[in-house]
Design a protein. Structure first.
Length: 56
């Protein structure tokens, strides 16, 4: 899985949030209550296909 903290240090929180929101929108993921950015990142990155998309 892609490491949240490495990406955070390299790209910043706004970059990660933008990527997570785009993936969630494309996958139809919705949250009923506030969820931390790290939890959301880990959720969308569980699927190996997401890692392949991010690497391209």
């Amino acid at each position: 899985m892609l490491d949240f903290h490495k990406y955070l240090m390299r790209h910043g929180e706004s970059w990660i949030q933008d990527i997570v929101e785009k993936i969630e929108r494309n996958e139809g993921i919705r949250h009923n209550s506030p969820v931390s950015l790290e939890t959301r990142w880990n959720s969308v990155m569980q699927d190996n296909r997401m890692q392949t998309r991010m690497a391209a």
